[in-house]
Ligand binder design. Structure first.
Ligand SMILES: NC(=O)c1ccc[n+]([C@@H]2O[C@H](COP(=O)([O-])OP(=O)(O)OC[C@H]3O[C@@H](n4cnc5c(N)ncnc54)[C@H](OP(=O)(O)O)[C@@H]3O)[C@@H](O)[C@H]2O)c1
Length: 266
């Protein structure tokens, strides 16, 4: 049985589930985290049986700082994890006045606070392994501010900055940090509905969770800093880096505003 352990947050659905599959395929034992009642155990049993790996499930709310800190400390002491994937993240589209304070708190707490806390808890343990990897999931939304999303792109820009700073700080150690910037992914019904409401611009670079997870894991192990899956997204990134902020803000926000017509506000 393999002695390598990979930890994945938000492993029950979407991209997290695809990460779990690809880690198992590569022979990693799995530590799968998700919120209580997520039925992650069914995925764990399937992957453990199919790929002959261990699969441990921990269900707790990552935004509950006290409990999450306790659970993460326990997991980090118990399992020699050498690969962490900070995947769990939430967002949405609605005007700022129609977005509840509770929802804003949830986004900041999950996307930013829990990612930083988990990473900080595991780094001393990752430093003890032969080779370790951190893969943080940002988004193409990190490359421009976006009206009607506001907090989400800002949280993903934070993840980008945090990850690249950390990568520099840990250069020369055994820990490599990568950051993933997916474009739109049809992960669940409400995301699919939002994406389909957009024009061609919004649907540009659409890839499956399976394709994204495979690319991201391969490039993480080749120690690439910035991972932008798909040619269309890479072209988009180049354009984003050339265009003046006022211009891209106006164009992207105009497209995103269309989503508010199909998605109820939070
Ligand atoms: N979907 C896209 O178009 C897209 C594009 C770019 C980047 N991303 C990023 O990719 C990552 C994965 O996105 P996804 O669309 O695959 O998400 P998803 O399908 O909604 O899956 C996220 C997982 O995290 C879990 N989760 C939610 N809140 C949690 C909490 N407080 N504690 C622990 N687990 C929690 C969810 O459980 P429940 O389902 O039970 O809530 C779910 O299993 C996110 O960071 C997202 O920002 C997504």
């Amino acid at each position: 049985m393999s002695k390598k352990y990979a930890l994945i947050t938000g492993a029950y659905s979407g991209l997290g589930k695809a990460f779990a599959l690809h880690c198992a395929k590569r022979g990693f034992n799995l530590i799968l985290l998700d919120i209580p009642g997520s039925a992650t155990s069914s995925i764990a049993s399937h992957l453990a049986f199919k790929y002959k790996v261990e699969a441990h499930v921990f269900e707790f709310d990552l935004t509950n700082t006290y409990e999450a800190r306790h659970q993460l400390n326990t997991i980090s002491e118990k399992f020699p994890v050498s690969f962490i994937i900070n995947n769990a993240g939430i967002g949405g589209t609605s005007s700022i006045t129609e977005t509840s304070i509770e929802r804003i708190e949830q986004i900041i707490s999950l996307n930013i606070k829990s990612t930083v806390m988990l990473t900080r808890i595991f780094i001393p343990h990752l430093l003890k392994q032969a080779d370790s990897y951190i893969l943080n999931v940002s988004s193409m939304a990190a490359f421009t501010p976006i009206a009607f999303k506001n907090v989400y792109p800002a949280s993903k820009a934070f993840i980008s900055s945090f990850s690249l700073g950390l990568r520099q700080e840990l250069s020369g150690t055994n820990v490599s940090v990568s950051v993933l910037y997916p474009g739109s992914i049809m992960t669940n019904f409400s995301v699919a509905k939002r994406i389909m409401s957009l024009g061609a611009l919004g649907r540009m670079g659409l890839l499956s969770t399976d394709e994204i997870a495979a690319i991201a894991i391969r490039k993480t192990f080749s120690k690439k800093a910035i991972i932008i899956p798909g040619m269309a997204n890479r072209i988009n990134y180049l354009l984003m880096s050339l265009l003046p902020v006022e211009f891209k803000l106006r164009i992207v926000s105009r497209e995103i505003k269309k989503e508010t017509r199909v998605v109820p506000s939070f």
